[in-house]
Design a protein around this ligand. Structure first.
Ligand code: ATP
Ligand code: MG
Length: 333
């Protein structure tokens, strides 16, 4: 089987032009069957079963992961619709990618990874231990791994090209990039998304420690030709009142967020999470034989690690949505 097929992707999709291959998603532009022209106003966004950890794409795909991410995002976009408009048009996608793909509006993405944290862990904790703050946000002394923050904080990063690390940004850096009004808008939206996410997840016994979202803007509203990807945008010159900020990519999934079981939350040590913890623990264990500092690609995963990781993704989806997971929900209607 080809790598694509293993990751749940079609080798090629007739009627679509491949545009971009991310760590997890593939982007296609639809081709108008009448004119043969590429439709630049929309995208087919396909989530593969690829999984990444420690900035490497792992050689073993996790079956159904792409469908879980897509369906969970779709559910959350709906839950959040009164807070923020989203990029989804519909789910009328080719059969080969049904369940794992969405038709979305093709946007110009803001050059910031918008992260909000409600609890302190991971890179936020490392930053805090060194400086007493995270991305320039001062925090009180005495916080430990897993501490709940008095209120969620905005800790953005740059969007580094694949293989490079995203760098922490201070809010002032975001203001330099986007202008003060747009920066404040994405900060407030990101915090509101995490807060709403936690309100909903709390009823299901889940804490969302932190999350990353991405926003885009319809190029036509910027006075630019439809998705002309080449032209650089100086966001500081854009009138923030004249544009709509749209939530894009994925939202509140185990790839973009840390989900913890509320009943097991205990600050002072790393929390067990729904996300990639099984995978990360195995990679760092002696069993994997992998040295994180070596710069070499991690080894393929044993079947048990693949199966446990898959189970965690499905469990997160089912616990949050209260639905039973089906790889292609339309097929089981
Ligand atoms: P990561 O999400 O880990 O930072 P990535 O960029 O490799 O890395 P993927 O999710 O694999 O992420 O790729 C999806 C790509 O599609 C991202 O570059 C994202 O910015 C882009 N994208 C998502 N939604 C839209 C949209 N509506 N219009 C244009 N681009 C989009
Ligand atoms: Mg992404």
């Amino acid at each position: 089987m080809s790598h694509d097929a293993e990751a749940g992707l079609p080798g090629e999709l007739p009627g679509y032009l491949p545009l971009y291959s991310g760590k997890v998603r593939e982007l296609f532009a639809p081709i108008d069957p009448e004119t043969g022209l590429v439709d630049r106003s929309r995208l087919l966004l396909v989530a593969s079963d690829r999984i990444s950890a420690f900035d490497h794409v792992i050689d073993s795909p996790i079956p159904d992961k792409g469908a879980v991410l897509t369906q969970l995002s779709l559910w959350w976009f709906d839950q959040l619709a009164d807070l923020v408009p989203h990029h989804v048009i519909d789910t009328a996608v080719p059969a080969q990618v049904a369940g794992r793909a969405l038709n979305v509006r093709r946007l110009r993405m803001l050059p910031v990874e918008c992260i909000a944290r409600a609890y302190l862990t991971g890179s936020g904790l490392s930053d805090y231990r060194e400086t007493g703050s995270v991305c320039g946000v001062e925090l009180p002394a005495g916080l430990v791994d897993g501490s709940r923050l008095a209120e969620p904080i905005f800790t953005p990063t740059t969007k580094a090209p694949f293989g490079q690390h995203d760098e922490p940004m201070r809010f002032e850096d975001v203001e330099d990039e986007l202008g003060p009004a747009l920066a404040a808008r994405v900060r407030d939206l990101t915090i509101a998304i995490l807060a709403r996410g936690n309100e909903i997840a709390a009823d299901r016994g889940i804490l969302i420690a932190d999350t990353k979202v991405e926003y885009g803007v319809d190029p036509v509203s910027l006075g630019l030709p439809t998705a002309d990807a080449e032209e650089e945008i100086d966001w500081t010159t854009v009138d923030p009142d004249a544009i709509q900020v749209v939530l894009a990519d994925e939202v509140l999934t185990p790839d973009s967020s840390r989900f913890w079981r509320a009943s097991q939350w205990e600050p002072g040590h790393p929390q067990t999470s729904y996300d990639k913890q099984v995978l990360r623990d195995w990679l760092l264990s002696a069993d994997s034989g992998w040295d994180r500092s070596s710069n070499q690609a991690p080894p393929p995963l044993p079947d048990e690690v693949v199966e446990l990781t898959r189970a965690r993704y499905v469990e997160a989806y089912e616990t949050l949505t209260g639905r039973t997971f089906a790889p292609d929900p339309a097929a089981s209607d």
